[in-house]
Design a protein around this ligand. Structure first.
Ligand code: GAR
Length: 208
């Protein structure tokens, strides 16, 4: 049984999708804990109701990023994770933290990386005239919203789409690709060679 720790900052809908799919599909894994950097993160309520351990490490309580990262890692390591999943965790993590979890730290970002790392991805995609947007699950490297790509979803931009409409359609695809990527990881079906990820059975790594 692989142990998964999920980090959230707010709503936690991706975390919920992973918890639910893990139970429904009987993955060889369990979500050992959900950790938030904000005590009011709504995702904590869902996790606690599922009987999952929860913890809060408030970034505001630490004078430096390094001190926050160190305490966060101490709390996470208390749950002995095989995989750490960033699911809407909106703090930048330092290089030391990222190296500590190298090869076992996943993130989802609401753009077709490497386009539009950072905030306001849908607004920026609309401004750029993109005809398609999407989401990316990737292994985390010290560079923000960057790293070997595990899976992407592609969502066409329709006439009249605004930021909210795009965000909603992309989020629905996140709830498909993130559980799929995590499932592959816990089934040992991802291979990472020279910064590129393949799915060992040759399954499609894109959802269109
Ligand atoms: C998701 O859209 C996720 O892709 C994004 O935050 C949202 C969290 O929603 N993450 C990032 O922007 C990371 N750079 P959720 O809390 O409902 O899962």
């Amino acid at each position: 049984m692989k142990r998964i720790v999920i980090l959230v900052s707010g709503r936690g809908s991706n975390m919920q999708a992973i918890v639910q799919r893990c139970a429904e599909q009987g993955w060889p894994a369990r979500v050992a804990a959900v950790v938030a950097n904000r005590p009011d993160a709504a995702g904590l309520t869902f996790a606690a109701a599922q009987g999952i351990h929860t913890a809060v490490v408030e970034h505001k309580a630490f004078a430096t990023r390094e001190a926050f990262d160190a305490e966060l890692a101490r709390v996470i390591d208390g749950f002995a994770p095989d995989l750490v999943v960033l699911a809407g965790f909106m703090r930048i993590l330092g290089a030391g933290f990222v190296r500590h979890y190298e090869g076992r730290l996943l993130n989802i970002h609401p753009s077709l990386l490497p386009a539009f790392p950072g905030l306001h991805t849908h607004r920026r995609a609309l401004q750029a005239g993109c005809q398609a947007v999407g989401a990316t699950v990737h292994f985390v490297t010290p560079e923000l919203d960057h790293g070997p790509i595990v899976m992407q979803s592609v969502v066409p931009v329709r006439p009249g789409d605004d930021e909210e409409a795009l965000a909603a359609r992309v989020l629905a695809t996140e709830h498909v690709i993130y559980p799929q990527a995590v499932r592959w990881f816990v089934q040992d079906k991802l291979r990472l060679d020279e910064g590129r990820v393949t799915q060992v059975d040759g399954a499609s790594q894109v959802l269109i």
